[in-house]
Design a protein around this ligand. Structure first.
Ligand code: GLU
Length: 471
């Protein structure tokens, strides 16, 4: 079978985690079977569709590397095709014009509710006779079969059956001539030869309606796979409260795309207890038939862990570019003696995100303000004066500012003063970074560079002297 999947977002907001997971599964399934992945923008809701949202979707997919083989196709470019199909349904008496006003429908629904019935449209315009009311743009309704069941074999959920009496004659074309979601999807899935519709399970209720329209058009339906919903770690449906933001926000928060992809692929799918999947492994192992029915939880701790893994794996050049980009976003000038890639190399094991890495590295690019109060109180005491002066002298005399020599200098200094290493390294660290936490002291020295290191030690010496005088 020629596998063709499609991702069909409505451009009414950002590309969120749920949409990105759908896109990933569609993409993986197509790649796995040597098929085609189509991107279709469902933009017929003109009031809610925006170019900004289209851009966000396209950027998000590109960042994740989910390249489409066809598209983006836009539904608003395909209106003639929907018209052709709706005319055919009207001609064949499988659809009809409905002139009911909003008020009329509301009154009908209210009456049904009052009788304890489901507030479904009663199909009154099926039987309308005489000339239509003037000045009303009719909608087109599909003649849903009155009885029987619609059954389909969902690749995730198994057999799903709906009673046709649950479904009313749905509007397929609005008064302004725009197709509704269910109609546009059907026409496009058929026209684009989609073999597998993979989408969120919030659409499962739409599937029987779509199947009825497909049958009315005399076509055979694609296979369906409805993906389980995504929950936050607290078991509630994933929402903004859980940080369920647009995909590009993850980039801005310092995540690598492969970490997010890896997290997304595990939302409802697993392969034994394997946690880490390269793109190639995902393609080789993924099968939509292995997707679970149970809701999946989006876990930020796991994402941080995965991100750390991929940061460790990334080459220094790439990390350097990412780090430099982040520092620039923070308004930090990266034109310094030390290149971002060498800093990324030093910091790669310490940071869970690029943002964290940048925060932990800013001391290398700009002067810090005040010493961290706790660190200064603990480490810049009068007893620190001698080690700071001694280490300054040693560092001053060093021939080459490189880690092995820097390390030796600090050790020698501690030995000469009969102090343990921390008694030298910690005051020095606070002098260099303003805080008590940084990479190994020789790397911290390397990150800061010679001249800045010496002048920051001077600043700390002055601070300790001042403090000694006051005490
Ligand atoms: N446009 C629909 C949405 O964004 C998806 C349609 C589908 O996958 O069938 O929810």
């Amino acid at each position: 079978m020629n596998v063709r999947t499609r991702f069909a977002p409505s451009p009414t907001g950002l590309l969120h985690v749920g949409g990105a997971r759908t896109a990933l599964f569609c993409w993986l399934f197509a790649r796995r079977h040597g098929g085609t992945f189509v991107l279709r923008i469902e933009d017929t809701d003109r009031e809610r569709s925006t170019q900004a949202s289209i851009d966000a979707i396209v950027d998000g997919l590109q960042w994740l590397g989910l390249d489409a083989d066809e598209g983006p196709w836009y539904q608003t470019d395909r209106l003639a095709l929907y018209r052709e199909h709706v005319e055919r349904l009207l001609r064949e008496d499988k659809a009809y014009l409905c002139y009911c006003s909003k008020e009329e429908i509301e009154a009908m629904r209210a009456a049904k509710r009052a009788r304890g019935e489901k507030p479904r449209y009663d199909g009154r315009c099926r039987r309308r006779t005489g000339s239509p009311p003037a000045g009303v743009d009719p909608v087109v309704r599909f003649k849903n079969p009155a009885g029987g069941t619609v059954v389909f074999d969902d690749l995730v959920r198994g057999t799903v059956a709906f009673d046709n009496r649950e479904l009313d004659d749905l509007v397929i074309v609005r008064g302004d001539g725009m197709p509704t979601y269910n109609f546009g999807v059907v026409v496009d899935d058929l026209d684009m030869d989609v073999s597998h519709v993979i989408r969120g399970d919030d659409h499962v209720m739409n599937t029987p309606r779509q199947l009825n329209i497909i049958a009315a058009l005399g076509a055979s339906p694609p296979r369906y796979a409805h993906l389980p919903m995504i929950l936050g770690a607290d078991g509630q449906r994933l929402s903004k409260r859980h940080g369920a933001v647009g995909v590009m926000q993850f980039r801005d928060d310092g995540y690598l795309p492969e970490a997010l992809l890896n997290q997304l692929v595990r939302l409802g799918w697993s392969h034994g207890d394997q946690e880490i999947f390269s793109r190639e492994e995902m393609i080789a192992r993924f099968d939509v038939a292995d997707v679970n029915r149970a809701p999946a939880a989006f876990d930020y701790d796991k994402l941080g862990w995965l991100n750390q893994h991929y940061i460790r794996q990334a080459g220094p050049e790439r990390l350097g570019v990412l780090l430099a980009g982040q520092l620039e976003r923070m308004g930090i000038d990266v034109a310094s003696a030390v290149t971002p890639s060498s800093i990324a190399e030093i910091q790669r094991d310490r940071a869970r995100t690029i943002v964290e890495m940048a925060e932990q590295s800013r001391f290398a690019f700009e002067d810090y303000g005040d010493f961290d109060a706790g660190a200064a109180k603990k480490h810049l005491r009068p007893v620190a004066l001698e080690p700071l002066e001694a280490v300054r002298e040693k560092l001053c005399a060093i021939a080459k500012w490189e880690p092995a020599l820097l390390h030796a200098a600090v050790i020698e200094c501690a030995e000469a003063l009969s102090l343990n290493l921390g008694k030298v390294a910690q005051p020095l660290r606070v002098a260099l970074t303003g805080t008590a936490v940084s990479p190994a002291i020789e790397f911290t020295l390397q990150m800061v560079g010679r001249d800045t290191a010496l002048s920051r030690i001077d600043r700390a010496i002055a601070y300790v002297r001042d403090r000694s005088r006051q005490s």
